[in-house]
Design a protein. Structure first.
Length: 84
């Protein structure tokens, strides 16, 4: 996401579902606890939690083929990279 690294809890949950990753697997890949990931996903607006934890979740999802889409007037979103 250009310039703004904020991602929402809903983006995290949607990205995880698109990639077919369970909460425990994503938490392990990001080196965070499952309850921390659950809190992030339940956040209204920007994902709650320490910035380094949110960044670790983002990196793990991006490594799994997720692309975070910037707000473009229609709202932020997620999609999978081609050829995944």
């Amino acid at each position: 996401m250009s310039g703004n690294d904020q991602i929402s809890g809903r983006q995290i949950a949607a990205a995880r579902a698109l990639a077919g990753i369970g909460q425990s697997d994503l938490a392990a890949a990001a080196s965070i606890s499952v309850p921390t990931l659950r809190r992030m996903e339940a956040s209204e607006g920007a994902a709650s939690g320490l910035a380094n934890n949110v960044a670790a979740v983002r990196r793990a999802l991006e490594a799994a083929g997720v692309i975070f889409v910037d707000e473009n007037g229609e709202g932020p979103g997620v999609r999978l990279r081609k050829g995944r």
